[in-house]
Ligand binder design. Structure first.
Ligand code: ADP
Ligand code: ZN
Ligand code: ZN
Length: 758
């Protein structure tokens, strides 16, 4: 409990002009009851209207004479204290990424209100394994897929968390009820499950670590015991045992009375992965994800604070779970773009974790098969300690990769989107009843429609993007949902030769039906995964052999094991190279490496076919050879030449407004402010050592590459500097200027080291 007579409070109003702490007196009745992070009611402004605010500091230092200070009216109902560390973290995020303090505070507060939650439940098998198996057989005969899935898992595990079965096995509550009334399972509340004997029986011991795995654990834990706090990067191909290392490290931390945060991209939070953690740590582990209700999130935080759980698993927001004794943060697949927030403050989980680890005196462990250039660069510079795992522990081999030149195919008369080699191998898989995954790495989902006579492209009237062609003659805008029908002739020149241009997943499905009549295809893209559980549904169906081929965008290459997949085809590997973005090469390399890693995960050997128009591009050559190191060397050289991260830092300032003219004027004004600030810090040529990237440069303003979304115009300004501090100086300068400006609907956003082009 913090003592003091005054509280500094951030008012819950999102406006730059009042985004600073205001001091209030703590009245008698609240003395000793307030804590940093608490939400309080305060009289604000001329009319003393009651507003909400967050306590960021409690102090004895008065900023005004006592008689001028207003008093806090009361604690907001349901308010819970957050740790001071989280308030400090919010202040750091505001400073580092640019946002209002209130937006930063709301980011680190996982829930704003205490909400009653439902009790946690478990599913327990009541019958013996043999009895369960016989019921399982019956369900299979009756094609009761969902029941069969639960029973199958219950044969392996006598007790399963209710949320895991519902969320990840794609089973409806009604199905479980029916099993319950049949007397096959019991659905029990947590308190019953907490019977330690039962937990122990479900627990699993760790594997005997390989020499390389043991070395990592030994080093990290002994550093910890010697109070050395560092960041470690584990570079290991998929299947090389990284997760097993995380489990062992977390176990080590629990033995030391410490808690751990385990970040996994939401899309990789699969049943199999979560089960590994449940089996190892029983009910000491909990999962945080976006499908949880506010009440469930609140429950998680309360349990964490009370020390009832040791491990939280979740996507980037799990960083803010308030553990009193945090010892370690693990970030798996640290290269994933989903670790960067898409709203202000646009924080990166890796950097934020580094700062949080420092605050909490915790260790940070990063892992990836294809580390981000940023992380690998820091490891090379000795800022992170690097470990490498380069063999698969289950004996599975990396699949051989063939690169097919699509230009050559065309020259030799093959006009299909499938190369002859891919067709041949697919034919073979169909005959052998093995499965194929076809992967289309483009971010637009379907083809755009253009005129073959005059080149006119059908565009969304509200957004500056081309419309995508869908089946049934529909054309859809993927940014705002605008829909229209395909024109019979070109609106510009009346030519009848207006048609869809590139293949989307739907078109691939059609082509497959034509080439392989009777083939069973599942498709996964933005269209088929609109609803919450459709993603899991498709994966489950594919895993159960309900299709020969799974066609999809990059969603299908993430962290799933399909033992029966023995062929992976990448249809046009260079599509992602066309993104006009400095990370295009890195993204392509990562996607191809991940896609290749999908083949041959089981006992059967696999093969990979990469089709491309640019077989000589280094991202494609290195991915085909699965040679990360060589890729890194070439890519980092390119980043240095262009002064892109990690060789330099970048700040994007995005200006959005419904009024094009005003937006343009504001963008110009901000650009000249940025230039002024950059000039103030200009180094002499000697200091700069003649390297351009050492100077701060300002590029633009310009219309963003998507100049309009939903009738809102977008302008962008880029600043580059080797020194991050110079970019935050520019941000501060712009923030100050903007606070004084009369604005209508103009909105300004900052993005440091952006991962997407604007
Ligand atoms: P990654 O996280 O790098 O993909 P995992 O930790 O998931 O790798 O390991 C891949 C497979 O190897 C898993 O099936 C795991 O159970 C197994 N495995 C990992 N470490 C060991 C070990 N020391 N001994 C035996 N099997 C192991
Ligand atoms: Zn035309
Ligand atoms: Zn649109």
């Amino acid at each position: 409990m913090t003592n003091g007579r005054y509280a500094n409070i951030i008012v819950d109003i999102s406006h730059e002009k009042i985004d600073k702490p205001f001091q209030y007196k703590i009245p008698e009745k609240l003395q000793g009851k307030l804590e940093e992070g608490m939400c309080v009611q305060i009289p604000f402004g001329m009319g003393n209207r009651l507003r909400q605010g967050y306590v960021v500091e409690i102090t004895d230092k008065a900023e005004f004479p006592d008689e001028k200070q207003k008093s806090i009216a009361g604690i907001a109902s349901g308010s819970m204290a957050v740790e001071g560390d989280l308030v400090r973290l919010a202040a750091w995020m505001k400073e580092t990424y640019g946002s209002t303090m209130i937006a930063a505070l709301k980011t680190v507060l996982p829930v704003k209100q205490a909400i009653k939650h439902k009790e946690k439940r478990k599913i327990t098998r009541l019958l013996s394994v043999e009895e369960t198996r016989s019921i399982l057989g019956e369900c299979m005969r009756k094609h009761q897929g969902a029941k069969a899935r639960v029973l199958e898992e219950l044969c392996q595990e006598p007790v399963l968390p209710y949320e895991l079965v519902l969320g990840k096995l794609n089973v409806a509550p009604a199905t479980l009820k029916s099993l319950q009334s049949q007397g096959v399972i019991a659905i029990e509340s947590e308190s019953y499950y907490r019977n330690p004997v039962k937990v122990e029986s479900a627990r699993e011991m760790g594997k005997t670590l390989s020499r390389e795995q043991a070395d990592i654990c030994q080093k990290v834990l002994s550093d910890f015991d010697q109070e050395k706090r560092k960041t470690y990067l584990v570079h290991g191909i998929t299947g090389s045992g990284k997760t097993e290392v995380y489990l062992a490290l977390i176990e080590g931390m629990i033995e030391r009375g410490k808690q751990c945060i385990m970040l996994i991209p939401e899309i990789a939070l699969t049943y199999q992965t979560l089960l590994r953690f449940y089996k190892r740590f029983g009910d000491r582990v909990s999962v945080m994800n976006s499908t949880l209700s506010a009440g469930e999130k609140f429950d998680q935080c309360e349990r964490a604070k009370k020390g009832e759980i040791d491990v939280i698993i979740g996507p980037r927001s799990a960083l803010f779970v308030p553990f009193p004794n945090l010892g370690m943060i693990v970030i798996d697949e640290e290269h994933e773009p989903s670790y960067k927030s898409e709203t202000m403050p646009r924080y990166h989980a890796r950097e934020t974790a580094e700062y949080l680890a420092e605050l909490k005196k915790a260790s940070l462990v990063l892992g990836s098969a294809t580390p981000s250039l940023e992380a690998y660069n820091r490891a090379k510079q000795g800022k992170y300690e690097l470990f490498t795992l380069n063999r698969r522990l289950t004996g599975g081999r990396l699949a051989p990769v063939s690169v097919i030149d699509l230009r050559q195919e065309l020259r030799e008369g093959n006009r299909s989107i499938f190369s002859r080699k891919l067709q041949e191998l697919m034919e073979d898989r169909i005959n052998r009843k093995e499965q194929t995954m076809l992967f289309l790495n483009r971010r637009g989902y379907a083809g755009f429609v253009s005129c073959r006579s005059c080149g006119f492209v059908m565009k969304c009237p509200h957004c500056d993007v081309s419309l995508s062609q869908h089946l049934g003659g529909r054309m859809v805008c993927h940014y705002c949902g605008y829909e229209t029908t395909e024109p019979k002739k070109c609106p510009s020149c009346s030519s009848p030769y207006i048609l869809g241009f590139k293949a989307g997943t739907q078109q691939i499905e059609q082509q497959l039906q034509i080439r392989f009549p009777g083939i069973r295809v599942l498709r996964m893209d933005a269209d088929t995964t609109r609803t919450k559980d459709s993603y899991e549904k498709i994966l489950t169906a594919f895993a159960e052999g309900e299709a020969d081929v799974l066609v999809g965008t990059q969603m299908i290459v993430k962290g799933h094991d399909f033992p029966n997949v023995t062929l992976v085809g990448v249809l046009a590997a260079d599509l992602s190279l066309n993104d006009s973005d400095y990370r295009a090469g890195e993204r392509t390399f990562q996607l191809l490496t991940q896609a290749a890693g999908r083949a041959g995960r089981g006992v059967k050997p696999g093969e990979v076919v990469i089709q491309t128009y640019r077989p000589d591009h280094y991202s494609i050559i290195r991915a085909a050879a699965q040679d990360y190191e060589a890729f890194y060397e070439e890519e980092v050289l390119y980043r240095e030449l262009g002064a892109y991260p990690p060789a330099s830092h970048m700040l994007a300032v995005l200006i959005t407004t419904p009024d094009e003219k005003r937006g343009e004027a504001l963008a110009d004004k901000l650009a000249s402010l940025a230039r002024e600030e950059a000039d103030r810090n200009k180094q002499t040529p000697k200091e700069a050592q003649g390297r351009e990237c050492r100077q701060t440069v300002v590029i633009g303003p310009a219309k963003a590459s998507i100049g309009k979304i939903n009738d809102i115009y977008r302008f962008v300004l880029y600043c580059k500097s080797a020194k991050y501090g110079q970019l935050t100086a520019i941000k501060d300068r712009i923030e100050q200027a903007v606070a004084l400006l009369e604005r209508k609907d103009e909105n300004i956003q900052f993005d440091f080291d952006p991962i997407d082009r604007y």
